[in-house]
Design a protein around this ligand. Structure first.
Ligand SMILES: [Zn+2]
Length: 49
């Protein structure tokens, strides 16, 4: 059984949501702009100390 689902609270990788169109993008790399509309995105996976 594969466990390949994206966990929005995973400490690994980044999970981003567009502030404008609410598009969600998961990426191992830093995402600074929405791939759909180019607006700012916010990181949903905030590192916790
Ligand atoms: Zn967008």
């Amino acid at each position: 059984m594969r466990h390949n689902l994206i966990d929005p609270y995973s400490p690994e990788g980044g999970y981003y949501e567009c502030r404008s169109c609410a598009h969600r993008e998961a990426s191992d790399e830093r995402v600074t702009a929405c791939p759909e509309c180019g607006s700012d995105v916010r990181n949903l996976a905030v590192p916790r100390e």
